[in-house]
Design a protein around this ligand. Sequence first.
Ligand code: ADP
Ligand code: UDP
Length: 237
Amino acid sequence: MEKREELYSGKAKSVYATDDPDLLILLFRNDTSAFDGRKIEQLDRKGMVNNKFNAFIMQKLEAAGIPTHFQALLSDQESSVKRLEMIPVECVVRNIAAGSICRRLGVKEGMDLDPPTFEFFLKDDALHDPMINEYHINSFGWATPDQVDKMKKLTFQVNDVLKRLFMDGGMLLVDYKLEFGVFRGQVILGDEFTPDGCRLWDKDTREKLDKDRFRQNLGNVVQSYEVVGRRLGLTFD
Ligand code: ADP
Ligand code: UDP
């Protein structure tokens, strides 16, 4: 497989075409952004750490029967993925209240959510990713009702697999965001899973080990991502 032209550059990854029309290359950059891109920094090693972390998690999800776009780790900062028709919707599952749900509903950070709750957001930076519901998705044609059911089912399956995986490493999976796309008619996971897109807390101290360290200026951002990886048995050098 040969790398071709850059197709798109997102906030943290760049997407390249390849000589295979079904495959793309994702380049995990060191750029780290928050608050709709108002806070942006380059964090040394982050691209490499997230690329390897993501490959590890995608393989765990595939092993559990969850279809993902992931194909192979190509280099420190690159992986190949299936080329999907992306659905412009973000799926969020929350096991513990944190972040926007606390601001929106006035609940205290740290409250257990049992059962876990689910939210849809429209992926639209200019509109600040507004919260939407299934009726919006259907009325505006962003996905079909079957695709909506599939996204919800897969997002909760990911929760079953990863809650356990992180708990085995002494961590709580607080919440996470996933995006999906369509490949040959099937809805499959088309997102990274890294500490950039989820919240992870130490299970005993509740120390934050995810992108909230960046959002809240807590320091040691990439070092914490590496701690998370090492607790799962990963090495990065
Ligand atoms: P953002 O869009 O939030 O800035 P990134 O910086 O992670 O996100 O950019 C990655 C871009 O690549 C996103 O637009 C995403 O929808 C797209 N993308 C990721 N995986 C695939 C895939 N398998 N097929 C097609 N597009 C993809
Ligand atoms: N998230 C993300 N990208 C987004 C929005 C949210 O990865 O564009 C993740 C975020 O890191 C967290 C979860 O989704 O793990 C829920 O985010 P929330 O709605 O609480 O928003 P936040 O307060 O993090 O902006």
